[in-house]
Design a binder for this molecule. Sequence first.
Ligand SMILES: [Zn+2]
Length: 127
Amino acid sequence: MRHGRATQYQQRKLEAAFAKADREAALRKQDGRCKYCLVRLTYKNVTRDHVIARATGGLDHRNNIVAACERCNKAKGMMSVKLFMRLITFPRPGEDIRYRMIWFDLRINRALMEMEKNVFKAVGIKS
Ligand SMILES: [Zn+2]
């Protein structure tokens, strides 16, 4: 049915618009960084991560959505935030190498943020 198809198309467009608004709002809230590895993201490469995965009953709602990079989003998959945070904060030998790589970037990004903060502070003192 032509009418039904058009409605579905409009519905999809509407959902895409909401999804876009949600991930952009989440990114602003997180100061432009991935929730997990703290890498800087843009509106172009940000993805929506469901804190509680949809597959495990999580809602497609703003409260359940954070901004994440594609790599973290994929690596987290259906696992809980608690487990994922443990894997990328304390990666253990024998665990998937992806978690260790995210852990490595997380440490670099934290160090860079700390450096930036100190630079701003120094500049602030001068002016
Ligand atoms: Zn990330």
